[in-house]
Design a protein around this ligand. Structure first.
Ligand code: ADP
Ligand code: MG
Length: 451
């Protein structure tokens, strides 16, 4: 009964808030208690509690009232296990599977137990939007069933988009469930360095060091690209782990097929799992990230300032975080409330180094060029398949990058009826989730737009 009520409340809220907001904040919530006195809602983490108290409680109150529920108080609490309380038993048993798998007997003398993990990278403080939901879901699956699903897990994407964060979140989650698991995180640079030292100084034990762990996370694999001997060593490490169903997680700035000078056999190993990309988050997700990070620092930014930051830092999350931190530090030092004019004053530098903004024409031209079409063809009435998909992608980008209204998008492409624009945007949104080639095309064009 409570569950049904909450599902319909969520259904209504989903229609009234941006998709990213819904996915980020509402999706993993649960109604724990519901009476005339109090309604208790479980949310995934501590800053969600704050976010709900400040931003969503009125809205929830209104929707509940429509269903005849008018509590005196609404409480928000953190979910205990990160899973629905009602399936706690299930959680325990799947956790037990992890424990069993990870604690199979082995000799482990001189092997690092865990290393390199930064506890600040967790799933709960990672904001999910359409640019990274696939990666997020895959990482959660790996954390729950290490060594079975997606092995190796290969995450790729541009700088500062959250690869390290997600890869480490997997490690941290596994250790939370099973403190004895041997989870090791290294950058590929460290791997190269240690390997070369072991040769130069004839140090023993290197080859065992990374072959006796339960989970090996190797970050920024691209640095190993032109080091053939190290690749060979890594190839053997990889095989030893993989054969024993140990989880391997690799991150890189490019998919395996685009890393030049990766030996063929290593490339084919990396492609055994499903390489998954992380892209630059769209505007709504950028806003959600800023709000979450500000809220973590105990600051509530007004919407105008949030949107200003999201609009002006479109390169990556690291820079977005940097801009926000700069703003918060500046405001704190001066004892003022951070607002849009302070942000404008500070972000001059950031903006000057970026293209001021992209135009609709640039999006259409770049998309056309990418598909070896002319802009006139994209804007024409032709219905040939090789033109229709690029046209839909152009519409999608006009929406995601410039947030144009549908009539305006139709207009930019020389059309009167805006329903085609709605269908096109929806279609590409769906394809991006299902079809890797479309995903890659969109991200390539986006990269060229901001290059
Ligand atoms: P990469 O390894 O891809 O270069 P990082 O994982 O180091 O990027 O991310 C850069 C910064 O941005 C980190 O501080 C990380 O916590 C933060 N970050 C990236 N993506 C997200 C996200 N979706 N939600 C919250 N923080 C994020
Ligand atoms: Mg990184």
């Amino acid at each position: 009964m409570q569950n049904t009520l909450w599902q319909s409340v969520l259904g209504e809220i989903e229609l009234s808030v941006p998709h990213a907001t819904f996915v980020t904040w509402f999706k993993n919530t649960e109604l724990l208690e519901c009476s005339d006195d109090a309604v208790t809602i479980a949310v995934p983490n501590i800053f969600a509690v704050r976010q709900f108290q400040v931003k969503f409680s009125d809205q929830i109150r209104q929707v509940l009232a429509k269903h005849g529920v008018k509590p005196k108080e609404i409480d928000f609490v953190v979910k205990t296990s990160g899973k629905k309380t009602s399936i706690n038993r299930e959680t325990t048993s799947s956790n037990q599977q992890v424990v069993d798998r990870l604690t199979s007997p082995k000799s482990n003398s001189g092997v690092p137990k865990t290393g390199g993990l930064n506890p600040r990278y967790t799933f709960s403080n990672f904001i999910v939007g359409s640019s990274n939901d696939l990666a997020y879901t895959a990482c959660q699956a790996v954390a729950q069933y290490p060594g079975t699903k997606y092995n190796p897990l290969f995450l790729y994407g541009g700088v500062g988009l959250g690869k390290t964060h997600l890869a480490q979140a997997v490690g941290n989650e596994i250790i939370k469930v099973q403190p004895d698991a041997r989870v090791v995180y290294i950058s590929s640079e460290t791997f190269v360095k240690e390997f070369l030292e072991s040769i130069r100084f004839k140090k023993k034990g290197f080859s065992d060091k990374y072959r006796n762990v339960d989970v090996l996370i190797v970050d920024d694999m691209q640095f190993i690209a032109n080091k053939e001997k190290t690749q060979e060593e890594f190839f053997h490490t990889f095989n030893a782990l993989h054969q024993n169903n140990k989880q391997i997680i690799i991150t890189s700035d490019k998919p395996p097929k685009s890393i030049p000078t990766l030996t063929e056999r290593l490339r084919s190993r990396f492609e055994m799992g499903m390489p998954i990309d992380i892209q630059m988050p769209d505007f709504e997700t950028r806003c959600a990230i800023i709000e979450a990070k500000a809220s973590l620092s105990g600051v509530e930014l007004d919407r105008e300032t949030v949107e200003y930051l999201a609009n002006n830092v479109k390169t990556n999350i690291r820079e977005l975080e940097g801009a926000l931190n700069q703003l918060l530090a500046y405001a704190e030092m001066r004892g003022i409330t951070p607002d849009i004019s302070t942000a404008e004053g500070l972000l001059g530098n950031v903006r000057r180094t970026r293209p001021q903004h992209i135009t609709a024409k640039q999006i259409i031209d770049k998309t056309a060029k990418y598909f070896s079409l002319s802009s006139a063809e994209i804007c024409s009435a032709q219905r040939d398949k090789h033109i229709v998909t690029p046209r839909q992608i152009a519409m999608y980008l006009l929406r995601s990058e410039l947030r144009l209204s549908f009539p305006k998008i139709a207009n930019e492409l020389g059309r009167k009826d805006h329903t085609t624009a709605i269908h096109s945007v929806e279609k590409i949104e769906k394809s991006i989730k299902l079809d890797f080639s479309v995903r890659e095309q969109v991200s390539d064009i986006r990269e060229r737009l901001y290059a």
